[in-house]
Design a protein around this ligand. Structure first.
Ligand SMILES: O=C(O)C[C@@](O)(CF)CCOP(=O)(O)OP(=O)(O)O
Length: 326
């Protein structure tokens, strides 16, 4: 049996930052994202009784033992859930220009979960698929759906109530995301390690948990009312609050570089000149700028003037996972 799926990456407007259970990828707080149309992964999975282990091909190259082991651990979860006993050929193509390796991409695990589950022939719901993708990478749980998506942290210890749900479907609200790639010098702390260190050592983490719950309420109300100003102010505030926690970690760390701050300042100057733009930042130096269609060109032109800007990818709200003909 084989199947192929495409899943898009997503950008968190209210951040997932902290786990309450590392093994099950259970988060400390709910998060909310927007699926993007520009960045996606396509993955084919074929179970084959002749294979003696999982074979993993990424962007046309057979992956090494380490990368294959990561994927194989995830495939064991799919086999445990579905009762499938065979190994598989996994052939994945990332259309995510800055993918820092397979494991860090939400689209990668969402596409893998979808193709693997489909290839077993076992029936599953979108909720079950979201829970499976979550166990590859937390943010992947949100890429099952298009549009605006909320990942509910759940309360149960076994994670059976921890999955994403759609908030507003693709096409209902046309917002734009300018994904700004800046020059970066130092190797970033991967989000998995970053959130672990923060949870374990940062005195600011308690403040984050209190603030993020309130930010989520604000963001959902803003989406319901299509209130861009309210959403923009909330997402920018939430990103800054997430990053503030890393400064209090031990040892402290910061994802921003001087190039990052230059983009942040340019966004604030645009707002002071009456052009509505808001930024968010994840576990790296790059900046995502959220705006309305009417302002996209002006913001793009302004940001391109910055010497530290390498590239800007222009994104719209994207679709959920879909299955492809093979
Ligand atoms: O996307 C967000 O909500 C916020 C972040 O991007 C901020 F950096 C974290 C994503 O973490 P992820 O890579 O999903 O971690 P994993 O569960 O350890 O694989």
């Amino acid at each position: 049996m084989k199947a192929k799926a495409r899943a898009h990456t997503n950008i968190a407007l209210i951040k997932y930052w902290g786990k309450r259970d590392e093994a099950l990828f259970l988060p400390t707080n709910n998060s909310l994202s927007m699926t993007l149309d520009q960045f996606y992964t396509e993955t084919m999975v074929e179970f084959d009784s002749k294979l003696k282990s999982d074979q993993f091909i990424l962007d046309g190259m057979e992956m090494d033992q380490r990368e294959t082991e990561k994927v194989s651990l995830f495939m064991d979860k799919v086999r445990r859930y579905t009762g499938e006993s065979r190994y598989a050929l996994i052939d994945s193509v990332n259309h995510v220009p800055t993918a820092a390796g397979f494991a860090s991409s939400a689209s990668g695990y969402a596409a893998l979960a979808a193709a693997a589950m489909k290839a077993t022939g076992v029936n599953f719901s979108e909720k079950e698929l979201s829970k499976m993708a979550r166990q590859g990478s937390g943010s992947a749980s949100r890429s099952i759906y298009g549009g605006f998506v909320e990942w509910q942290k759940g309360e149960l210890a076994d994670g059976s109530d921890c999955y994403a749900v759609p908030v507003l479907e693709q096409g209902a609200w046309d917002l734009r995301v300018l994904s700004v790639e800046v020059t970066h010098e130092v190797k970033k702390v991967l989000s998995r390690e970053g959130m672990k260190r923060t949870v374990e050592t940062s005195p600011f983490f308690a403040g984050w948990l209190e603030a993020v719950a309130a930010d989520l309420v604000e963001a959902k109300a803003a989406i319901a009312e299509r209130d861009f100003t309210r959403l923009g102010e909330t997402l920018e505030r939430n990103a800054l609050r997430m990053h503030a926690t890393t400064l209090g970690a031990n040892p402290p760390f910061m994802y921003w570089q001087s190039s990052t701050v230059q983009v942040m300042e340019a966004v604030q100057v645009l707002r002071e000149s009456g052009v509505e733009a808001y930024f968010t930042i994840d576990a790296g130096p790059n900046v995502k700028v959220v705006c309305q269609p009417k302002d996209e060109e002006r913001i793009f032109a302004e940001l391109m003037k910055l010497a530290v800007v390498q590239q800007i990818y222009r994104c719209q709200v994207g679709p959920g996972v879909n299955y492809l003909e093979i």
